[in-house]
Ligand binder design. Structure first.
Ligand code: NOJ
Length: 572
C-alpha cells in the first residue's frame, strides 16, 4: 500500500470509526478512598484492565465518562454547577489530568459528557439569572410571565420526568423553563452569549487534551420562539414512523403510544431548526483541533430526523446513537429490520454507532434474560455489537454480564425511581457498582457502596471470569482483539443475507473487495440447519458464541445451536 493510500484510509476511517468505546459511570466504577463512591484515581488504577496493549486486557480504545463535574447531584451529575471543575467526590483537576495522561499512554481516548441543554440551579449563571429581572444573565435562561387569568404556567409544556416544564420563581415573579427537574433550568440557546460561554467550556477541555464529547439531549437545546402549546399525545399531527413499532418491545411501544410520561407530543420544545446551527458551531470548534469527535444522544420518532443531526456533508455531529436497537424484541427479523432501517437511513458520510446498554435503560443482559437465557444472549449481543458496521459502545459491566440491580424502595437514589415507584423503579438498577471480585463489596470499595451490588456478583466479576477461558469477559476480549486484526469489520459494507434461511435466523455479510465475512445468528431456542449459503470456496469459523465450538473450516449443512452466533470467514 502506498503512503497516500494509508493517509486516505486514516482520513476515511479515523480512530473513532476504528475504535471500541466503553462508557464509564464514574460513581460506580472504582472507589479509591473508601467512601463508597467511585472516583478518578480509582478509575486510573484499573485502566490496565481496559487496555494494557495485550490480548489479556479488553482492548478498549476510548472511554466516554458520564459527568464528574461539580454537581448537587439532583440528577446524579446531569445537573452541572461548574462545567470546568471536577466534583470533589471524584477527585481534583490534577487527578483528571493524571487520568487523561495515563489513558493516553495506553492509547485510550477520553470523551466527556457535555450536559448543556440545562445546568444545575446552583450554577452561578442561574444564581445570577434568578437574582433579578434585569441581571445581565437573566436572558441566559428561559423566563416568562405567567398566563392570565390565574398566573398559570406560560404554556402546556411538560418536562421529561413528569409535571410542568415551568417553575414559578417567587422573587422575580416569573416562570423559568426546565425540560427535566426543576433543579435543571434550561439554558437559552437563542442567546449568543450562552453559545460563546459553552464554546469556551468545550475549548477548555479540548485544550487540556480531551478527545471529544458525548452530547446530552442536543435535540432539546432550542425551543419554539413563540412558545406554542404542544399538541396532546393523541393528536394526529405526529411525525411518527409507525413501522418502527413492529420491532420494539411491547413495553417500549406502550410508552411511546401513550407518550409517557409527558402525555403530549413534544412538537415545540425539541427538534427546532436553530439547534442545527448550534451543532454546526460546536463542530467548527472541534474541527479547529485535530482528531476530535462528538456523539449525540438524539432521540426522535423518525429516523430522518435523527439523521439530520449529522448535518449536510456531515457538518454537525460525527456520530449519533441509534436507540431503536435498545428497544428491539428478541427476534431475528426484528434485529434484521431494525439494523437495515438504520443502514438505509444513513447517507454515505454518516457513521453509525451501536450500543445495547447505557446509564438510562435496563441492562441488556436483564432485558433479554427470560428464563435464564441471558448468558447465551449476552454473547450474541456482543458478537453483533462488535461486528456490525459502526462504532460499538460497551457499557461498563456489560462485558461480565452484570445484571440489573434489584433496588429496594428505600435504597433508591434516582429521582425518576423515587417519583415513579413502583411503576418504574428508575435507573439505579443499571448504575450499580462495577464487580471486580467476589469480595464483600465486589472489589469496588472497602466501604458500603452508594448503591447495592447487583445479583450474582460472586460469579459475575472480573477476577472470576478472568480465570475462566470460556467466560463472557474472555469472549469480549477475543472479539475485540479479533476485530482489530480484521479491518474489514470497520471498513466493509454491510449487507443483510437475502437468501432463504430457517426461521429465527439472521445473517449479515461484511464485504470489502474480495474479502468477506458473515455473521450467522440463531435467535431461536432450537438448533437450525444452514444449507450451503454462500458462494464461497471455503468457509472458516473464526469464533462462535458457543464456547465448545472449535474454530476452523466448516462444512455444509452446518447446524447452528439454539441461540448461537458464529463469525465466519468466506474465501473465494
Ligand atoms: C439524558 C441523560 O442520559 C440522563 O441520564 C439525564 O437524566 C437527562 N439527559 C437529563 O440530563
Amino acid at each position: 500500500m502506498k503512503l497516500d493510500d494509508n493517509k486516505r484510509d486514516r482520513e476515511k476511517y479515523p480512530w473513532w470509526k476504528r475504535g471500541v468505546f466503553y462508557q464509564i459511570y464514574p460513581r460506580s466504577y472504582k472507589d479509591s478512598n473508601g467512601d463508597g463512591v467511585g472516583d478518578l484515581p480509582g478509575i486510573e488504577s484499573v485502566l490496565g484492565y481496559l487496555n494494557n496493549g495485550t490480548e489479556k486486557s479488553l482492548g478498549i480504545d476510548a472511554i466516554w465518562f458520564s459527568p464528574f463535574f461539580t454537581s448537587p447531584d439532583r440528577d446524579y451529575g446531569y445537573d452541572v454547577s461548574d462545567y470546568c471543575a471536577i466534583d470533589p467526590r471524584y477527585g481534583t483537576l490534577d487527578d483528571f489530568k493524571a487520568l487523561l495522561k495515563s489513558a493516553h499512554e495506553r492509547n485510550i481516548r477520553v470523551l466527556l459528557d457535555l450536559v448543556v441543554n440545562h445546568s444545575s440551579d446552583q450554577h452561578p449563571w442561574f444564581v445570577e439569572s434568578r437574582s433579578s429581572r434585569n441581571n445581565p444573565r437573566r436572558d441566559w435562561y428561559i423566563w416568562k410571565d405567567g398566563r392570565q387569568p390565574g398566573n398559570k404556567p406560560p404554556n402546556n409544556w411538560r418536562n421529561h420526568f413528569f409535571g410542568s416544564a415551568w417553575t414559578w420563581d417567587e422573587k422575580t415573579e416569573q416562570y423559568y423553563l426546565h425540560s427535566f427537574l426543576k433543579e435543571q433550568p434550561d439554558l437559552n440557546w437563542h442567546n449568543s452569549q450562552v453559545r460563546e460561554a459553552i464554546a469556551d467550556v468545550i475549548k477548555y477541555w479540548l485544550d487540556l487534551g480531551v478527545d471529544g464529547f458525548r452530547l446530552d439531549v442536543p435535540h432539546v437545546y432550542c425551543k419554539d420562539k413563540q412558545f406554542r402549546n404542544n399538541p396532546p399525545f393523541y393528536s394526529l399531527n405526529r411525525n411518527i414512523d409507525f413501522s418502527l413499532f413492529k420491532d420494539r418491545s411491547f413495553m417500549s411501544n406502550l410508552l411511546k403510544l401513550l407518550a409517557l410520561p409527558e402525555l403530549q407530543f413534544k412538537k415545540y420544545n425539541q427538534h427546532q431548526s436553530e439547534t442545527h446551527s448550534v451543532l454546526r458551531g460546536f463542530r467548527k470548534v472541534l474541527d479547529s483541533y485535530q482528531d476530535k469527535v462528538s456523539v449525540g444522544e438524539i432521540i426522535a420518532d423518525s429516523l430522518p430526523v435523527i439523521v439530520s443531526y449529522y448535518g449536510r456533508e456531515n457538518d454537525q455531529l460525527h456520530m449519533n446513537f441509534y436507540f431503536e436497537l435498545l428497544h428491539c424484541r428478541w427476534k431475528a427479523h426484528a434485529f434484521r429490520r431494525c439494523i437495515q432501517r438504520w443502514e438505509n437511513a444513513l447517507p454515505e458520510e454518516a457513521w453509525p454507532v451501536y450500543t445495547f446498554s447505557n446509564h438510562d435503560v435496563n441492562r441488556a443482559f436483564s432485558r433479554y434474560d427470560q428464563r435464564g437465557r441471558g448468558d447465551k444472549r449476552a454473547r450474541m449481543l456482543a458478537l453483533m455489537l462488535l461486528t456490525l458496521r459502526g462504532t460499538p459502545f460497551i457499557y461498563y459491566g456489560e462485558e461480565i454480564g452484570m445484571k440489573e440491580g434489584l433496588i429496594q424502595r428505600e435504597q433508591l437514589k434516582d429521582p425518576l425511581g423515587i417519583k415513579w415507584y413502583p411503576f418504574h423503579r428508575g435507573r439505579d438498577g443499571c448504575r450499580t457498582p462495577m464487580q471486580w471480585d467476589e469480595g464483600m463489596f465486589a472489589g469496588f470499595s472497602s466501604h458500603q457502596p452508594w448503591l447495592p451490588l447487583s445479583p450474582e456478583h460472586e460469579i459475575r466479576n472480573v477476577r472470576v471470569q478472568d480465570e475462566q477461558s470460556e467466560s463472557l469477559l474472555n469472549f469480549f476480549r477475543q472479539l475485540i482483539w479479533l476485530r482489530k486484526k480484521l479491518p474489514l469489520i470497520v471498513e466493509g459494507d454491510y449487507q443483510t443475507y437475502k437468501g432463504r434461511l430457517p426461521s429465527g435466523c439472521y445473517i449479515y455479510l461484511r464485504q470489502q473487495g474480495d474479502k468477506k465475512i458473515a455473521v450467522a445468528l440463531n435467535f431461536g431456542k432450537r438448533k437450525k440447519k444452514l444449507e450451503q449459503l454462500f458462494n464461497a470456496g471455503s468457509v472458516k469459523l473464526l469464533i462462535s458464541t458457543c464456547p465448545t465450538r472449535e474454530p476452523g473450516v466448516i462444512a455444509f449443512p452446518f447446524t447452528l445451536k439454539g441461540e448461537e452466533g458464529c463469525l465466519l470467514e468466506l474465501s473465494p
